[in-house]
Design a protein around this ligand. Sequence first.
Ligand code: NAD
Length: 429
Amino acid sequence: MVEASVLPLEAPSPAHICPFDQACSYLEQAAKELQLDPGLLAVLSHPRKVVTVSVPVKLDSGEVQVLAGHRVQHSDVLGPYKGGIRYHPAVTLREVSALAMLMTWKCALLGIPYGGAKGGIALDPTRYSTGELERITRRYTSELIKDIGPEVDIPAPDMGTSAREMAWIMDTYSVNVGHAVPGVVTGKPISIGGSRGREQATGRGVMIVVREALAARGQSLVGARIAIQGFGNVGSAAALLLHEAGAKIIAVSTGSGGLFSEKGLDIPALKNYAAANRKQISGFAQGTPITNTELLTLPCDVLIPAALENQITEENAHQVQASIVAEAANAPVTLMAHKELEARGVTVLPDILTNAGGVVVSYLEWVQGLSYLFWDEQRVNREMEALMVNAYQQVIKQSQKRQVPLRLAAYTLGVGRIAQALSDRGLYP
Ligand code: NAD
């Protein structure tokens, strides 16, 4: 196992499965398949830059709390670093490092000229007021001011953050440099240069990849039974678009539990309900309560984990009844669970493909900003769909050519492109 010596040791992640070790294992599998030079593998196994800053915040009560904020920049061999900022209690430096590495392969797979990065603060955003969250976000941004920028590193929303946080980052950065710099973030509000279609983009990408995978099996989205874990930005957008395409969303959940309905949930009504109830779904008029554990093992055509990593593990993989698992979240299926699912003939649609719709539209937002020309939503969706379908087809072709599962196929494409670029650029002595 390659060990990134720049990362300090931390307590094990909640599921005792280190996301960074898993990311390195996938990288090693791809390197073996590609017969990559060991020196290149060593470079790719290490993030280029790891930053941890103290984020002191004065709470509304007057108490001062100091939080740890991370930003990990994995590779900028293709262009500026790109990656979300996560606010969640389980954030660790190793998790952020793993997610930064995934971003590198994801951008390369989609043919986007970005490198991979990720940021995060270990906090539960539901326990802070809006004012406190704004102060945290602004201080975190100001601590990272020299490490981000439209040509350096461009943050975007991830778990626990949204367009609101991106607007605070954009404003803090702009005030510090003395002029407006909308290109420092993507996923920002449309009023300050955000792209139409960005909010739903990751969910739309999930819908497209699921649609293509069902079609490859001779099935249609119409009437397909789908269960979705997570009803946040990604899960709720995927649920709505799949519902609109005729699929039956039989279950969804949030961190505090889920709802099941054999005849399919009324997703537009549920989305409105969640919006009016602090993103929670309990108490909704339709469906019976189920736990997150139960949701993952429901009989269905497609299971979409759209919350956290390490949700399908060696403990529950044998109970999964879906024939397709679409990784809308990053790394929701562990390495061991992936082996078990593949052995049982379950198709696992890998995260670096399935949830790439977000970074694709982030890229389109950046392009629109740089050209000062903004497109309507149809054009954004059309351009995104073309890139997603193209990437899906490349992964299928690579899987058939190399006789490897879809994840390894996607990795060989992403890692192979970065390795080629790195070797063309050469190692600066
Ligand atoms: P979000 O914060 O908007 O929503 C997360 C959802 O997961 C919420 O419904 C929350 O209640 C639920 N959740 C939290 N803890 C849970 C638990 N222990 N069990 C079950 N559900 C739980 O986040 P998001 O932006 O929708 O991101 C979800 C996943 O998608 C993450 O893995 C993220 O990295 C990935 N992703 C997001 C984007 C994006 O554009 N937002 C892009 C690519 C990938």
